[in-house]
Design a protein around this ligand. Sequence first.
Ligand SMILES: O=C(O)c1cc(C(=O)O)oc(=O)c1
Length: 291
Amino acid sequence: MTDRIRSWTDTPSRPHFTPPPGAVDAHCHVFGPMAQFPFSPKAKYLPQDAGPEMLFALRRHLGLSRNVIVQASCHGTDNAATLHAIAVSQGTCRGVAVVDPAIDDAELERLHDGGIRGVRFNFLKRLVDDAPKDRFLDVAHRIQHLGWHVVVYFEADLLEEMRAFLDAIPTPIVIDHMGRPDVTQGPEGPDMRAFRRLLDSRPDIWTKVTCPDRLSTIPGWNDFAKAVAPLVADYPDRVLWGTDWPHPNMEKSIPDDGLITDMIPRIAPSTALQHKLLVANPMRLYWPEEN
Ligand SMILES: O=C(O)c1cc(C(=O)O)oc(=O)c1
């Protein structure tokens, strides 16, 4: 690997939208700092440092209160950077880990004590070398007693193939970025219809209505807003929102976090929906003891 890449801006615009008190950014990452937390030898990208202080500065700028830090693929199965960010957050962060399926129960307990509340299974070939479904299922059974959930990242063309695996997961499931539908097809397009069938198949599948910058094909992201708003309206208790900062792999088209935050009222137009999306739902999943 050559130069370390930068996929975020230091000067995001200030959003017009004011998030409600206690709003959670339920999908973001930290990168390094590398000197303290080296990247995985298997990492598919080598980013510049984007540690917790930068994340907290962005959070203040956007008017958000808490973060759920999702272990980024560049850190492999060593969750030290994520745990560090949670540890210095004074209770304002929780996390989702990526684990080696051979992990033992004592290590899972240690992750729980460090603020981890879920494991992520990543099926994107450009991000990971392998995704062993049988071993992932074993992990899913072993985290059940901790009250954790499973976060799954896959692309729309894999959805049908994923169904048997998802059906067998015994914990709640959160789908990253809606399984990356083609939003240009619109809210009634085949990708969104297939995704709704998945959500309808069991009541404990949640999704992150995230990443207009990744999924939209047009400036202004109208296709994303149009395709996603009906999903938020129809599944208001099972949706989560996040910035996706520091936007892994988006170095060629760095998104503005202010504009990402301004997508919220476009997909969740009422204050009631905004409160569910930003406060009630993520709190139920990540800080259940406060409910
Ligand atoms: O689409 C991506 O490139 C991407 C990568 C990662 C990661 O590297 O963990 O996480 C995401 O949520 C999205």
